[in-house]
Design a protein around this ligand. Structure first.
Ligand SMILES: NC(=O)c1ccc[n+]([C@@H]2O[C@H](COP(=O)([O-])OP(=O)(O)OC[C@H]3O[C@@H](n4cnc5c(N)ncnc54)[C@H](O)[C@@H]3O)[C@@H](O)[C@H]2O)c1
Length: 311
């Protein structure tokens, strides 16, 4: 990955979960790295492991500040409002951050004539009817979050065709790993409060494609350094699907709680929740020579151990 060495790299949302892992990796590959984050959900402790990086506290909605940053060669746009139920309760705020915010980052990209890598999501597919779902399944968003990611992708496509920018879109499935948020984190929170009961929101039969953050970082670094990825969109998922109830059972087994914890389900999930995510990742495997290496069972122990240590 020597191609990144001399590049000036900007990461929006670099103080978040994926940003933490990406910037840690990038700081070993490149000497000029800037993290731009408003710390709305990100944390300062997440930028400490990228010692070469310069941190700037700022909002992607502040175009003046964003454009006053040093000229970049490569921009990773990760900053976003990422909570689906929040997007359903606050569509305007979600739109501002994810849709308008992406256009602002595209403006910075245009000004700098940089290359952009945009973090999109499985949410653009909504509730797919084709499994595993390939990239060409197209846009069928089922939540305001999904729709705001569609708008971001469409603007990326416009800036690519009309301004000739080099842009790669990566659609992530459910990313997990150390410092993650989401269902694994929520289960650990619930069990810490009451190990006797684990409530699953929904039926528990909804399923997800869990991809480890180290595999996501590999994909981000690969597309950032290879011109052949310009103008392309890739699914980044492990390529299997796991029901939430099986995830709960897997976690209880590792925690030695399988006989002590009673699993319940609410039956009804939150608005915008989807039934099944299962990515066809063959395009990324073939064209990027990317292969997810970490399976859920192998690494969930690591996530659980880390949570215990940091308590
Ligand atoms: N984690 C997943 O499972 C997953 C799945 C699909 C897509 N994604 C996408 O990947 C990206 C990173 O996700 P994550 O899981 O690391 O989320 P995260 O919430 O941990 O990180 C997002 C970061 O963006 C920052 N941010 C939010 N609004 C901002 C603003 N207006 N200006 C500047 N910074 C702002 C937050 O402070 C945070 O540090 C997001 O774009 C998300 O939509 C994540």
């Amino acid at each position: 990955m020597g191609e990144l060495k001399g590049k000036k790299i900007l990461v929006t949302g670099g103080a978040g979960f994926i940003g933490y892992h990406l910037c840690k990796k990038l700081s070993s590959l490149a000497s000029n790295l800037t993290i731009y984050d408003n710390l709305s959900s990100g944390k300062m402790e997440n930028v400490k492991d990228a010692p070469n990086a310069k941190f700037v506290k700022g909002d992607i909605l502040d175009l003046k500040k964003l454009c006053s940053l040093e000229k970049a060669d490569l921009i990773y746009h990760l900053a976003a409002q990422v909570v689906v139920p929040y997007s359903m309760e606050n569509p305007l705020i979600d739109f501002e951050t994810n849709a308008k915010g992406t256009v602002q980052v595209l403006e910075k990209t245009r000004k700098d004539d940089a290359k952009l890598v945009f973090a999109s999501s499985a949410a653009v597919y909504g509730n797919p009817t084709v499994f595993p779902t390939p990239e060409e399944y197209g846009f069928h968003p089922f939540s305001c979050y999904g729709l705001s990611k569609v708008v971001g992708e469409e603007y990326c496509s416009m800036y690519q065709s009309q301004y000739g920018l080099d842009i790669t879109v990566l659609r992530f499935a459910n990313v997990y790993g150390l410092r993650c948020h989401g269902v694994i984190h929520d289960f650990l929170d619930k069990l810490a409060k009451n190990p006797g009961k684990l409530e699953i929101i929904g039926t528990g039969l909804q399923s997800r494609d869990f991809v480890h953050v180290s595999d996501v970082v590999d994909a981000l670094v690969t597309v950032g350094s290879e011109d052949s990825a310009n103008g392309k969109t890739y699914n980044i998922g492990y390529g299997t699907t796991t029901t939430i109830i099986d995830l709960a059972k897997m976690m209880l087994k590792i925690l030695n709680l399988e006989k002590k914890t009673f699993i319940t389900t609410t039956g009804v999930s939150w608005q915008g929740d989807v039934t099944k995510i299962w990515f066809d990742n063959s395009k990324a495997k073939k064209e990027l020579n990317w292969n997810p290496k970490v399976s859920l069972e192998d690494s969930i122990k690591e996530v659980i151990a880390d949570r215990k240590l940091s308590k």
